[in-house]
Write a protein that binds this ligand. Sequence first.
Ligand code: BGC
Length: 265
Amino acid sequence: MSLAGKVALVTGSSQGIGQGIVLRLAQAGADVVINYRSHPEGAEETLEKVKAIGGQCYLAKCAHPQGHTIQADLGSVDQVRALIAESIHHFGKLDILVNNAGIEKHAPFWGVTEADYDAVLNVNLKGVFFATQAFVQHLLETQRPGKVINISSVHEDLPFPNFTAYCVSKGGMKMLTRNLAVELGPLGITVNNVAPGAIATPINSQLLNNPDKLGALLTNIPLGRLGQPQDVAALVAFLASSEADYITGSTFFVDGGLLWNYQEQ
Ligand code: BGC
């Protein structure tokens, strides 16, 4: 599987799953735009790792991927549009959009503030909507096919008390994907969701630092461990490749079996 000659934008890729996806796509030969909001040092670290891939040989081909970092807050539609425009300006085109940036806020439903609700929905859903729109406009103008991969969550289906706004955003992402698969299919644009469970990344650092909570979570994961960014990135690379050309409108869970695990005690 090769992504040589392809250009990918991965939102929120200065750390965690996004960083893992950038590196995996670059290993397959893609040029990558690394987007960050508030961690330029993380974006630089990701870029250095991309550069280190250059000259290494993977999958029977030697990859010499290029990387480029762009600051943008996915919660601002103006910044989202500028991000897509600058990505296209820098590399001349975009082929793959990975909507990865996401945030979550912990609060009981009755205590959720309007500001926190807006922050979560703006980044996780509105930003994805308008990033995808700008990407699709570019593909239409250049008359080319493309791939959209949304990083959703098991919580597009599974309730998560105290994270209602987050669940609402991921449920919305699920319907966005279904709708766009139908509407954009005739244009040769595929849209799929990759839905991680509990992955060891900064988004759940509180959980990772709480042995009781972590222990309880691990008993709910049949494969008995947290996921790693590479577990998610491998599937994203496949969905971004031409081997996945006939796949659209689907959600793929990467959760160690978490979603369907229910056991009577
Ligand atoms: C959330 C994590 C959570 C995991 C499993 C993810 O979508 O971001 O905070 O631990 O789902 O519940």
